[in-house]
Design a protein around this ligand. Sequence first.
Ligand code: ADP
Ligand code: MG
Length: 391
Amino acid sequence: MPSAPRTPSVREQFERLLGRACAIVARAPGRVNLIGEHTDYNDGFVFPMALEHCTWVAAAPRSDGQVRAVATDLPDDRSWPVADWPRERLPHWTAYVAGVAALLRARAPRFGGADVLVTSTVPVGSGLSSSAALEVSTAAALAALADVTLAPTELADLARRAEHEYAGVPCGIMDQYISVLGQAGAALLLDCRSRTWEHVPLALPGHTVVIVNSGVRHKLASGEYAARQQQCQAAVAHFRRLRPEVRALRDVTPAEVAAEAARLDATVAARARHVVTENERTQAAAAALRRGNLTEFGRLMCASHASLRDDYQVSCRELDLLVEIIGAVSGVRGVRMTGGGFGGCVVALAETDSVSHIEAALRERYEAAGNGPAALILSRPGAGAAVEYRG
Ligand code: ADP
Ligand code: MG
């Protein structure tokens, strides 16, 4: 459920678990991508909104060059020298904290370490970007502790580098940018090539953004993502032979993909078709929202799902079933898988009055059919990262 301000309890938890008072509390949100999936690494457009669900990081300075990190949601707290995180510990949640601390130390050599407490209301590992919420909240807290002022994009870039270089996840820019740039009441149309953005008011009279967590995460995901990136590159190589100025699928139109489909490998053609049509849908969705046309926005969400399922083939049985069940509820404008795929969440735009019908339909048709619980997550568009407390 949307979280109330939690700074007081975060300070208490810090004192209880680390035995001293904290000096800083920072907060950063998770996100849901409304439309624009697998477009980021093709230099395209994404359209996420920040959630009210956040990760909080409380911190106090140390002078012995150590970082100690404790999380209330995951076991296994650890200490390490700030500039020297033992990488053989991968994969471990402290990788994200360690990356941020080391990168900050490189900018602020006087940063002498910290005690860190992490607590969160973002579901972990469900495609709502708990990883970016962790990196960005850590970066905001430790920058404040080290007295380093970072511009919003510097904060996002530092957080993203931590994910790349320490957690070993080659993510695009979306998650960290929206976690920093989120605005209450707005979604973010982000151009992943120019790194420019526009806040689009998300006025949804009588409607609600409904997220449903499938609770599944299929193991094949990371290998499949790498294969998709290679297929996109193969498509770019083909179109560049025709038009040397093509640098990414961003530069290719749906008409061009249709015209060349017979000369492309069938799988590569389908992957390219998803990306180029998704870029168009994403911009059209932002435009529909500006006009207040929620029916059109919902139609584009459904088309996005079909394209991800059929052309990009990153959906799975559970996500398709959720989309089918939710899409059949009266008052639902649109529904699609969100995030990388092969599990995680679906996102729907629905009349607020239909939320209880969605819950009932999930119980009757998803859970009763032997699938795990489908958890509903409701959030208005939330604000980006902020320092909430300075002692
Ligand atoms: P997502 O970003 O979709 O939630 P990821 O696999 O990218 O999923 O990131 C999840 C990882 O981030 C976790 O396995 C953990 O290492 C780290 N993480 C996220 N939230 C927390 C938290 N509240 N406390 C500790 N580690 C966290
Ligand atoms: Mg993540």
